[in-house]
Design a protein around this ligand. Structure first.
Ligand SMILES: Nc1ncnc2c1ncn2[C@@H]1O[C@H](COP(=O)(O)OP(=O)(O)OP(=O)(O)O)[C@@H](O)[C@H]1O
Length: 265
């Protein structure tokens, strides 16, 4: 591994002392409202690493992803992308266009920027559908798919342009518990294949432990990093891991951390 100053070439993204303050416009009577969403966040994510972010509602998890995406400007600090900054984003809702078929939904970005030849794009969409187990649904419309299938299309769409980093904001939050577990396993399978760097926001501590190499635990607003927990459970992992004492111990540790951070405020 070649070292450069501060980062290694194997760093996918590094945040250094990142702050985000939202300032809402002054209303007729009141003063401008200020919300400190991120406070001195420093984090280095290695290429191919799966990192989850957990923390209480409103602590700045989505803001962190938005800062990385460039959807919102950080107030201070630095962000470095070591291996390229092409990102794919998956939201809680799959946000598919109901009037386009599954294949055409995968091809949305292609139809806008024509980065690939149409043939290449079509082939990639086909390969994506087969990886997601959705070949038979290529010509169906989103409304004909279950919630889990729709979200799988959402993940496929984010992967279509081979992003260096996959950002996921509560991607399984709208699914029922069983589908959610299954989607976690599907995501792990996809990840085991090409080891994308993943930043995954979730409210579920077991989900974060099952999927991740490390779990970033954040404090209530303004979001700081309370601690980063290593999940050194062997891979490949499966749902049966959840019942092991090692798994339970890590879940408990994160829960205790979140509770103590909550009560400190
Ligand atoms: N565009 C905005 N303008 C003003 N304040 C904002 C804006 N976006 C977010 N905030 C505030 O910043 C704080 C952090 O929000 P954020 O959505 O990042 O939290 P979160 O941890 O993702 O929350 P949740 O878990 O509930 O989704 C919240 O207090 C929120 O109200």
């Amino acid at each position: 591994m070649t070292e450069t100053v501060g980062t290694t070439v194997d760093t996918a993204v590094e945040l250094r002392h990142v702050y985000k303050r939202y300032t809402t416009r002054r209303s007729k009577r009141g003063a401008a409202r200020v919300v400190d969403a991120l406070h001195d966040v420093s984090l280095s994510v290695a290429r191919g690493e799966f990192v989850s972010i957990v923390g209480p509602s409103g602590c700045g998890k989505s803001t962190l992803l938005k800062v990385l995406l460039g959807l919102t400007k950080r107030t201070a600090g630095e962000v470095d992308f070591g291996g390229g900054s092409r990102m794919g984003m998956v939201f809680q809702q799959p946000l598919l266009l109901p009037w386009r078929t599954v294949t055409k939904n995968l091809l949305i970005a292609q139809d806008i920027n024509h980065r690939l030849s149409d043939r290449e794009a079509r082939e990639r969409a086909e390969a994506m559908l087969s990886m997601l187990g959705l070949e038979e649904f290529a010509d169906r419309y989103p409304g004909e798919l279950s919630g889990g299938m729709q979200q799988r299309v959402g993940i496929g769409r984010a992967l279509m342009h081979d992003p260096e980093i996959l950002l996921m904001d509560e991607p399984f939050g709208a699914l029922d518990a069983m589908t959610r577990d299954q989607m976690g396993m599907d995501l792990l399978n996809i990840w085991e294949r090409d080891r994308k760097t993943v930043l995954f926001v979730t409210h579920s501590i077991p989900e974060s432990v099952l999927l991740s190499d490390r779990v970033v635990v954040m404090t209530p607003r303004p979001g700081r990093i309370a601690e980063v927990i290593d999940v050194d459970l062997p891979r490949p992992r499966g749902l049966e891991n959840i019942n092991t004492p090692e798994f339970g111990a890590i879940v408990r540790r994160i829960r205790v951390l979140l509770n103590s951070e909550n009560s400190a405020h």
